[in-house]
Design a protein. Sequence first.
Length: 425
Amino acid sequence: MSEKICVIGLGYVGLPLAVELAKHYDTVGFDINAARVSELKSGLDRTLEVDNEELKTTRLKVSDQTEDLKDRTFFIVTVPTPIDENNNPDLTPLRKASEMLGQVVSDGAVVVYESTVYPGVTEEYCGPILARVSGLELFKQIKLGYSPERINPGDKVHTITKVTKVVSAQDAETLDRVASVYESVVTAGVFRAASIKVAEAAKVIENTQRDLNIALMNELAMIFDRLGIRTLDVLEAAGTKWNFLKFSPGLVGGHCIGVDPYYLTQKAEQLGYHPEVILSGRRVNDNMGSYVAQKVVKLLIKAGRSVKGARVGVLGLTFKENVPDLRNSKVPDIVRELEEFGIEVLIHDPFADAQEAHHEYGLTPVDLEQFNSLDAVVVAVCHSFYKELGYEKVTAMLKPQSVIADIKSLFIKETHSAEVLYWSL
């Protein structure tokens, strides 16, 4: 059959997928954010995941009206799955998307979820909502599938078509339909998981594994700092062994790595098991912002600068380099900790939307021209903009005998003068 597809949620995950699907199918992209839909119709993608020229020529129809979804046969849900202030999974976006879909889904339609969840959410949480609202029988009139997203924001190499897609469904017939749709756009091919729960679990452990490896690097960095040796030097030496995994220390934020492990740990605790290793890694990574800020304070003291009233410039606010995504960024943790010491903090980011930064964190990025006579600079995010700006211009922002805290070692190979106390994680 020729599917009529709808992608729910046009963010970092949904938009690239919808654009690719529109090359092969009658596809509607739906988002509840009318402003986002308007921008996309004008050919502007502020996430920078889809080239604006491609967006202007795509056959994808974008809409914020549910009426446009009633003739669809295949739905893909790509809404976010965040955590709340207590690190508990927040399924509200999934619930609302499922309720909305229940109003438009028809007999025989397939609904595939891509949002990261703990095993069981698709069949035991989302499915019943669809059935209740639609009045259709789950697993018979409504067919379920799950295909975990593997989007890496800002990555122009590992794009949706070039990364193997895991697919799963409630039965063999539905799995064929799901696999057929994804195979049409993913040139790297698909992997058919044994069940929906297996696919859900596979997704959540992909990022849990990365989280734990980075936590190990962060803990090692704190140990090596006390030993007076550079972490990068140690990792370069250890990396010469064929089976050494090349991870590096840093801030862990974003919509996946810093969030997904909590979905697995909460489910584990519901089943009576308290995860030790996973939560230990989360504690290490969640505390890195405070650790960096406290290290900056110690460096200011070592450089002979007064802490209270010091002016510190922070370069970068988004959760990773070269993307405008502010979700779950750990840079605000650094800012808040520094401010508790009475430090004046200035923030700059060439990608971050100032209005969103103020709404999410109460922070207002400023122009780089204001970065002068600083007591310290924190290179928090390795945007290419800062690499191109160059080390000399960064040091020119500082007073004599000041500090550069370079979290990801962007300028570690530069020649550091005696006028600058340089430190990297």
